[in-house]
Ligand binder design. Sequence first.
Ligand code: R5P
Length: 293
Amino acid sequence: MPLLVAGEGGQSLAQKLAHLTHWPVVGAEFKTFPDGEEYAKIQGGVKGQDVVVLQTTYPPSRLWKLLLLLSAARENGASTIRCVVPYLAYARQDRVFLEGEALSARLVADSIRQYATDCVTVDLHKDDVRKFFGGVCQNLSAAEPFAKEFKAKGIEVVLAPDAGALDRAKDVAGRIGARFDHLEKKRVSSDIVEMRPKALDVAGKKVAILDDIISTGGTMAKATEQLVAQKAVGVVCAGVHGLFMADAVTKLKKAGAAEILASDTIDSPYSRVSVAELIAHALTVTSAARTRW
Ligand code: R5P
């Protein structure tokens, strides 16, 4: 029976996974040395065990903690190592856009592959990032748990903040018989977005805006302002990965959000949609196929 190693910030998801799979779970200990270097230790023996390391990577410093845990599993004799990274940091830089840039998505995938036989993650910014893992990455879609939540809330329209996020909105809307559409976002800089006006048939309708990430909240806030101006009711701002940087939540409330929602890929007070069942299923149906490193 595999052993789950729960890294930093993922205890509640680890407990849900342990409950669903009946696998034992152990924690991890981290320390920071005076010079800023990190130390990690798995709290329990892993020798001869099939180990599943669970570590989300927000804030991005947790990426290093993930690698340390993978090293701890390997150096202490784990038989096999798999990893679950519910939110994969650095995936947005998935190609060299400008000459001279680093390709962080490949670097992260390469680093993980040095230690783990496979990686399970949720709603990558672009599914294409999987190619850097050479076929051993499952990118799970959180569409079903969000669809369930939207259905329970009586959502009638699911909106993507831009055309790039439309497939996700369409998928979720299709599962609950809601309408879908997208807004027209233009990113001016990493923390400033513009939203071109677009007439939508949302007056009097319960609307959810769904994106992969809520970071500064700028995208959602602009989208919410448009919907409120067009008399949508009870606007739900939903992001699969809720980073909620700085004053993101205040921004969303000020824009008129009736509710803020995220999944438990990252713990936050808004993480009410769980991806645990998806991950448990992904881990259990593929466990037999894993090879030893
Ligand atoms: C970007 O392409 C992503 O899909 C999100 O729209 C973006 O990360 C949201 O960022 P923010 O909350 O800072 O507007």
